[in-house]
Design a protein around this ligand. Structure first.
Ligand SMILES: Nc1ncnc2c1ncn2[C@@H]1O[C@H](COP(=O)(O)OP(=O)(O)OP(=O)(O)O)[C@@H](O)[C@H]1O
Ligand SMILES: [Mg+2]
Length: 268
């Protein structure tokens, strides 16, 4: 707003383009190869989880920030809901909650409020009409995210939700940066690990896998995000939607930057 006013004043009357949070979320206009890739991931996950009784609980994690955990969590949830399954998506990255952006939901009450004892489960569950999924967003960024996530309330929430849903997907912070994903993953059927092409190095990925193995977490599978090699996607389409330009944006993420992220830090 303020920037728009300055631009008006100095003759640059062009509105500031809002961040396009939805461009990588599945929709009717998504290229079929991309939808197909998620369907393949869905089928593989369904087979991997076939022996598991009742509600399947899947945490999506990755080694570092910006690799596509929240995007993948949202898209997997959408892809599973397309089969008619009852799907819940939970935000467990309380430092940098993103699900509300990807599902266009308000975020004034969410996981933080529930775990902090300020809201009931019913008050924080939101329905996303467009995708037929239910979601608990992150809520306000708390000062003590790790403590909230290891509280018995989180385990109780999962147990209650398990009675009403076929699949629960959990978005989480990067495993090489904070330990939250391990404590959450212990309550889940297993973890899906995301890596991003031209960004994730084998060294950091190995480190993430070692942490999961050390925590005795079942790895359900790996997803290579932003792959260049999606069949059927033309170079031109790829360049605009998955272009190298975007990668440079994530280059600056480091430990300290991550740790100090605040509620108002909407920058990617
Ligand atoms: N396949 C893709 N192609 C292009 N952009 C993508 C792709 N996947 C994710 N992005 C973009 O990369 C950015 C980071 O993605 P996302 O929020 O899913 O990452 P993350 O791993 O959850 O990050 P963080 O750890 O910071 O929460 C977002 O702007 C998202 O739209
Ligand atoms: Mg995220």
């Amino acid at each position: 707003m303020f920037i728009n006013k300055i631009r008006e004043k100095f003759g640059r009357n062009k509105a500031v383009k809002p961040k396009d949070y939805l461009s990588n979320i599945l929709s009717d206009t998504t290229h079929y190869s991309i939808s197909e890739a998620y369907k393949t991931a869905r089928t593989n996950l369904m087979f991997t989880l076939a022996a598991e009784k009742g509600c399947k609980k899947i945490i999506v994690t990755s080694s570092q920030s910006g690799e596509g955990k929240s995007t993948t969590t949202s898209n997997l949830a959408i892809a599973f809901a397309q089969t008619g399954a009852r799907v819940m998506v939970l935000e467990a990255d309380l430092r940098r909650p993103k699900l509300h952006r990807y599902f266009s939901l308000p975020n004034d009450k969410g996981m933080s409020e529930f775990l902090g004892g300020f809201a009931t489960m019913e008050e924080v569950i939101q329905h996303v009409e467009k995708y037929n999924v239910d979601c608990i967003t992150g809520g306000k960024v708390p000062p003590n995210p790790s403590e909230l996530l290891i509280s018995p309330l989180f385990a109780e929430l999962l147990e209650k939700l398990s009675e009403n849903y076929d699949y629960i997907f959990v978005d989480s912070p990067p495993i090489n940066v904070v330990s939250d994903p391990i404590s959450i993953a212990k309550l889940m059927s297993g973890a899906v690990v995301v890596a991003r092409q031209n960004y994730t190095t084998s060294e950091v990925l190995r480190q993430a896998i070692a942490s999961l193995e050390f925590g005795d977490i079942k790895i359900l599978g790996y997803i290579l995000n932003a792959s260049k090699d999606v069949p059927g996607v033309s170079k031109k389409a790829y360049k605009t939607r998955y272009g190298y330009k975007q990668y440079s944006k994530y280059g600056y993420y480091g430990y300290s930057k991550y740790g100090h992220h605040s509620q108002n830090d909407d920058d990617e």
